[in-house]
Each structure stands twice: as structure tokens, then as C-alpha cells.
Ligand binder design. Structure first.
Ligand code: EPZ
Length: 419
């Protein structure tokens, strides 16, 4: 297992490019199963999760090549309709193949994902949606076993917006008979990208980006070439890292319309931003002003930015309350940040962060993807050395993070960590 050795105290300078979106690429890869043929997906980040999804598609029978951030997926010879536990337990997003397998083969056997570092992550809304489309679904031996001779359009109202369930149902409904309406749909940019992908294949999806999506089923879909959207969470993470470390950095190849709420929060915290459609320059020469945030479904403040915001507020001029309304127990990073000297008090799903004068490097441990990002940020801003173990978590969702940050002046060394 690898660890990062981080020496703090260097302000960041220069320009960096944002990679393609992890959370868009995963459903897009699954959607390629809907149309037998050769698909080309560009601007795909070279990440563990992308390689895991590619492995799953190969198990199902697709040929997948991944060269220079372009995925070529040949989904003609798919025949196996199972997503095994050994694989699904490593990546919850594997459940995205449920809808496409059901739509294409009329059956699917997908392992229930386990929990994750911060608690249970149910898939009941995915299952409810498939049942509404006419599938017979049983839970047996830790697997979702779904069958449907033909899926039929239906009206599906989600009690809470779910990115995964919205995407899964959109894919299943694309080949169903009749019209499907999803109410209280997720509005995330990743869902908009998926809807565009399905329409480019010949599907009929309307209303994406709103909470009411309509999908008119078609008989068949055709393979396409598609360019993935930029990763809005990588962009937000790097902007917060530059704000915390100080300096003057420009991030390019992003979509600023996807991160408006994060940009507003950074400006409220006193940072100077120069914003164009695809780039942001941030200048930081003082601690952040304290800014309270509460996470919410898009376009609200992303839960995937919650840990990074706590890290930024740990050196603020006052106290800030960070509340996660999406995952109320996603705070495993708090104990680790405290080891670096942060003053954080947890009250249920709210972290009260009181800014301190400085952080002090120490050995800390990654527990999940975004927690790892917050610890890297804090280690970069702390005095002295921070050893961050289990960086395989970070490799799931950030492409060559240490190379990108070191090119801006950070001091991060990847080292082998004896088991
Ligand atoms: C997606 O996960 C993202 N993952 C997550 O990012 C992100 O945190 C999450 O959306 C919320 O924005 C990918 O896109 C691959 P949800 P997903 O279904 O789809 C509840 C990262 O760091 N829920 O929108 O699994 C759920 O418990 C990852 O990149 C149900 O109750 O999230 C949560 O409270 C972490 N039943 C809320 O809905 C269900 O069937 C939102 O979850 C599904 C979800």
C-alpha cells in the first residue's frame, strides 16, 4: 500500500488542468451496454474506479480499451448479466449496470453493494424504480436478481433525489415500451451528461437538469462517440487546496457553471476569483473568513465537497458550521484532521470548526476518497511533515493528484508503505 509524505507550508503557483469527471464516466460506461457496437468515450480520467468499471464490463462480455483517456467499448458480444460481489464491494457505482442489463437482456444479477467508510448506502430506490418499470426483483444471497420480459414505461416518484437511482432508471427506461416520468429526479451535471449520451445514441430523454425527467422508450439505440464533462469535484477540491495553502493558481478545462455554489462560498470566504466559462484563477494571501455551509442535492453545496470545506475552515479567522444533510455520518475525516491540530466539534451531522492559528503535521490515515483529499489539503497547509497512509482511497477518484499539486509547488512524495 502507498502513503504520501507531505511537507507543508508552500503556497501554490501556476496553472493546472482539470480531468474528466469520475462520476459522469461511470454511468456513461454502463450506458454503452444499451447499444451493441463500438462506443468511444473521450476525456475519461485514468482512475481506479474507471478501471474497475472497465473490468466489470469485460466480465459482462464487452471489449474495453483505455488509451490516452479515451475508452473504446465494444459492447456487441455482451452475454453475461452478473455483477459479482467481489467487484461490487469495491465500488458501489457497479450497481449502474443493473438498468442496462435489465433493458438489454431482460435479466440482471447484481450484488448488493456493502456499506462504505461512512455508513450504509442503500439501493432501495434503484430497486423500487425497476419494479415500477415492471421488473420482478428478488434479493437472494446478497444479490439483486431482476427479471423482465419487457420493461414498460411508468411514473416513478423518488422520495429523495438520488443520482444513482435517477441514472439507473433513465438507462432502463430508454429501451422500455412507452413513456417513463421520473419525479424528484437528481439534477446533477452527471445526470445531464448521461441524458445527452442516451439521446446521442437515439434515445428520447427530456427534462434532464430539472427534477422531472421524461424518457420515451425506443426500440434500439446505436453506438456513439462522446466527450465526458470535467470533474466538478476535482475542480472544487483543488480550488479549496489553493485557498488553504495560499498562492495564485489558475485551473483550466472545467465547467464553472457546474460549481457555482462552491465559487460563491470561496468568494464569501474572502478569496479573489477570476472566472471564465472554463477556468478559475484564485488568489489567496490570507486565512479564510468563516463560512457556514449545508450540503444539498445539486445545485446545492455538494456533499463530496464537505470534507474539503472543513479542512479550509480549520484555518479560518473564526468559527464555521458545516452540516451534511445527504450523508449524516460522513465525518471520518474529522478525527484525522484533529490529529493535525484542527479544532472541530461534531454535533450529529454538523461539524463546528473553530479556526486555529496553524496546523501541525502528523501521521494520519485515509478512510475514503474525499476524506483523503481533505487530509492532503491540510497536510499541505500544516507546518512540518504529514504522513498520509492508505492513499489507494485517493487513487479511486483523483488522477495523479500528487503530480498535479507538486507541479503547483506542493511537496508530496508517494512512498511504499509496508503492510
Ligand atoms: C453519487 O452517489 C456519487 N457517486 C457520490 O460521490 C455522491 O456523494 C452522491 O451521488 C451524492 O451526491 C457517483 O456518482 C459514482 P445518491 P450515489 O443515490 O448515486 C440515499 C464520491 O465521492 N439513497 O444520490 O450513490 C443515499 O443514502 C461519491 O465521488 C437511498 O436512500 O448517491 C443518500 O443519502 C461518494 N436509497 C442520498 O440518497 C437509494 O436507493 C443520495 O444518494 C439510493 C440513495
Amino acid at each position: 500500500m502507498d502513503k504520501f509524505v507531505i511537507y507543508g507550508g508552500s503556497p501554490l503557483q501556476g496553472t493546472a488542468s482539470i480531468s474528466g469527471s469520475k462520476n459522469a464516466s461511470l454511468p456513461l460506461m454502463a450506458a454503452a451496454l444499451l447499444a451493441p457496437g463500438i462506443h468511444r468515450l473521450q476525456n475519461v480520467p485514468s482512475l481506479r474506479d474507471v478501471r474497475t468499471m472497465a473490468h466489470l464490463l469485460r466480465i459482462i462480455g464487452a471489449r474495453v480499451d483505455f488509451i490516452d483517456r479515451t475508452l473504446t467499448i465494444d459492447s456487441r458480444d455482451c452475454s453475461f448479466y452478473e455483477a459479482p460481489y467481489e467487484l461490487v464491494k469495491t465500488m458501489r457505482a457497479s450497481v449502474y449496470v443493473l438498468g442496462p442489463l435489465l433493458a438489454r437482456f431482460g435479466q440482471a444479477k447484481v450484488s448488493l453493494p456493502g456499506g462504505c467508510a461512512w455508513g450504509p448506502r442503500p439501493v432501495d430506490l434503484h430497486i423500487m424504480g425497476m419494479q415500477r418499470l415492471g421488473a420482478e426483483v428478488e434479493l437472494e444471497g446478497g444479490y439483486i436478481i431482476a427479471r423482465a420480459a419487457k420493461l414498460r414505461g411508468a411514473k416513478i416518484s423518488f422520495p429523495t433525489p438520488s443520482v444513482g437511482a435517477t441514472g439507473n432508471i433513465m438507462m432502463a427506461a430508454a429501451l422500455a415500451e412507452g413513456v417513463t416520468i421520473i419525479e424528484n429526479a437528481a439534477c446533477e451535471p452527471e445526470i445531464v451528461a448521461l441524458a445527452q449520451f442516451i439521446n446521442d445514441m437515439g434515445g428520447r430523454v427530456s427534462g434532464a437538469a430539472t427534477d422531472r425527467i421524461e424518457i420515451e422508450g425506443v426500440k434500439e439505440l446505436s453506438p456513439i462517440q462522446f466527450s465526458n464533462i470535467p470533474d466538478r469535484i476535482e475542480a472544487g477540491t483543488f480550488l479549496c487546496a489553493a485557498a488553504l495553502s495560499g498562492g495564485d493558481v489558475t485551473f483550466e478545462n472545467l465547467r464553472t457553471d457546474h460549481i457555482g455554489v462552491v465559487l460563491n462560498a470561496l468568494e464569501s470566504a474572502g478569496f479573489v476569483l477570476d472566472v471564465t466559462e472554463t477556468s478559475v484563477r484564485i488568489r489567496s494571501d490570507r486565512p479564510a473568513k468563516p463560512v457556514d455551509i449545508k450540503t444539498a442535492p445539486y445545485p446545492g453545496f455538494p456533499t463530496d465537497m464537505q470534507a474539503q470545506w472543513i479542512a479550509l475552515m480549520s484555518l479560518s479567522e473564526g468559527s464555521a458550521a458545516i452540516t451534511d444533510t445527504i450523508y449524516t455520518d460522513r465525518f471520518t475525516h474529522v478525527a484525522e484532521l484533529r490529529r493535525l491540530g484542527a479544532d472541530i466539534r461534531l454535533e450529529g451531522n454538523m461539524a463546528l470548526v473553530r479556526g486555529v492559528d496553524h496546523l501541525q503535521g502528523a501521521p494520519v490515515m485515509s478512510t475514503d476518497l474525499r476524506a483523503s483529499a481533505s487530509l492532503i489539503m491540510a497536510g499541505m497547509a500544516a507546518r512540518g511533515r504529514t504522513d498520509l497512509s492508505r492513499v489507494y482511497h485517493i487513487d479511486r477518484g483523483y488522477e495523479q493528484i500528487e503530480n498535479k499539486l507538486n507541479a503547483l509547488g506542493a511537496k508530496i512524495q508517494r512512498e511504499d508503505e509496508p503492510m
